[in-house]
Design a protein around this ligand. Structure first.
Ligand code: ATP
Ligand code: MG
Length: 372
């Protein structure tokens, strides 16, 4: 699935904008505040129905605007599709695929997969494990959509066990009724752990390869760190029941896959604790690119990479390596930059360039033209 164009009305600084995307690399360039990140965000919003910058959709509406809309057109070998997201204050978002309204764009088979890097994504390495778990789980769903059910089953069993713990604490429930929940939670938990382990084992070799090419030295590795060492449902259920008293004291289930983590390291030390800013950035880029190559091998289409302001922090060789990785394998990528000179190969054929200024796309080169 290839994104052909995006159009946005009353979205952030754009009153009305339309931009074609290239089949390979598209560079969005312009000065600070020109609207580069806004355009990248519009592409993400049109593909997923969510912003990659905020959970508050009100921020997306252009100052003074009444209603906004983003439309993304995409195509694959079987045909063309149009994804639309309309939004206005105080109303539910209206999402559509080919004109028919849908509850969630994310469930549509016609939406392109997207992978995004924003400067604040360093949190994925620096922040709490919950962020890494959520990221890994999203990848599991992108790779095997039906396995979302495993995670939902686990979340449901966990919520029920926690509710029961709450009742035991208040004297309304009995400890004996928890045993059955331990087994259900353990069944769902073993499945979630198996999915995560399998996903990380697929990412691992690609990660090491990409990280080396991006110049992240020190034998970088990525590893799944499950909280539990259980190898069977019975063992996990046993671990849960052993911790029951502590859980009742605390008021929630302390042990299990909802405490898992993934660790990215170099020289055997975690990047979270010891990595430099640049190494952490390369670690995330390597993870995203490794995920892309796994998805390319297992899914019908390669995810569109959206990389915001990534070049300014990289040295020349690493910029060239990144462009090389982005343009191989037939994937699509959009990167923003203040300076075209920061993108090696910016003027090569096959690279599309969109110049933005003052909240408008002022020039496009190399991606074909669309009606404005
Ligand atoms: N809801 C909104 N309505 C109107 N303008 C907005 C809205 N939200 C943000 N803006 C403005 O859009 C402008 C462009 O923002 P954007 O983040 O796209 O800039 P940028 O080109 O990525 O700049 P930089 O190089 O500094 O990252 C900013 O001036 C910002 O204040
Ligand atoms: Mg920006």
């Amino acid at each position: 699935m290839r994104v052909v164009s995006v159009s946005a009305r009353n979205f952030r600084s754009y009153e009305a904008a339309a931009a074609p995307l290239g089949g390979g690399l598209t560079i969005v360039w312009g000065s600070n505040g020109a609207g580069k990140t806004n355009l990248l965000e519009a592409v993400y919003f049109g593909c997923t129905g969510r912003s990659c910058r905020t959970t508050n959709d009100r921020e997306l509406l252009r100052f003074g605007g009444e209603a906004g809309r983003v439309v993304v057109r995409c195509e694959d070998d079987f045909g063309a599709h149009e994804l639309g997201v309309g939004f206005s204050p105080g109303e539910a978002k209206r999402m559509s695929v080919d004109g028919a309204s849908v509850e969630r764009l994310l469930d549509s088979p016609h939406r392109p997969l997207v992978s995004v890097f924003l400067p604040d994504r360093l949190e994925l390495i620096k922040g709490v494990p919950a962020l890494r778990r959520a990221h890994l789980d999203q990848f599991v769903t992108a790779l095997w959509p039906s396995r979302l059910a495993n995670r939902r089953a686990y979340a449901q069993a966990l919520a029920q066990r926690n509710a029961l713990i709450g009742r035991v604490r208040s004297g309304a429930g009995s400890r004996s009724s928890l045993a059955a929940w331990d087994v259900r939670l353990a069944q769902a938990g073993m499945q979630v752990m198996a999915d995560r382990r399998e996903a990380v084992s697929l990412i691992e070799p690609a990660f090491e390869d990409v990280a080396e090419r991006l110049g992240l030295d020190g034998e970088p590795t990525i590893a799944y760190r499950p909280r539990s060492r259980a190898t069977s449902v019975a063992e996990l259920a046993e671990e849960l029941s052993e911790r029951l008293e502590g859980d009742v004291e605390r008021g929630f289930t302390e042990h299990g896959p909802h405490r898992d983590d993934i660790v990215i390291s170099r020289c055997g030390r975690s990047l979270r604790t010891y990595g430099s800013q640049g190494q952490q950035r390369l670690g995330i880029l390597s993870l995203l690119l490794a995920e892309r190559s796994v998805l390319a091998a297992h899914r019908p289409s390669v995810p569109l990479m959206l990389l915001d302001d990534v070049m300014s922090e990289l040295d020349h060789d690493r910029r060239a390596a990144l462009v090389g990785l982005l343009t191989e394998g037939g994937g699509q990528a959009l990167i923003t930059t203040t300076d075209l000179d920061h993108v090696p190969g910016a003027f090569s054929s096959g690279v599309a360039r969109l110049a933005v200024a003052g909240g408008a796309v002022v020039e496009d080169v190399g991606a074909g033209s669309v009606a404005r």
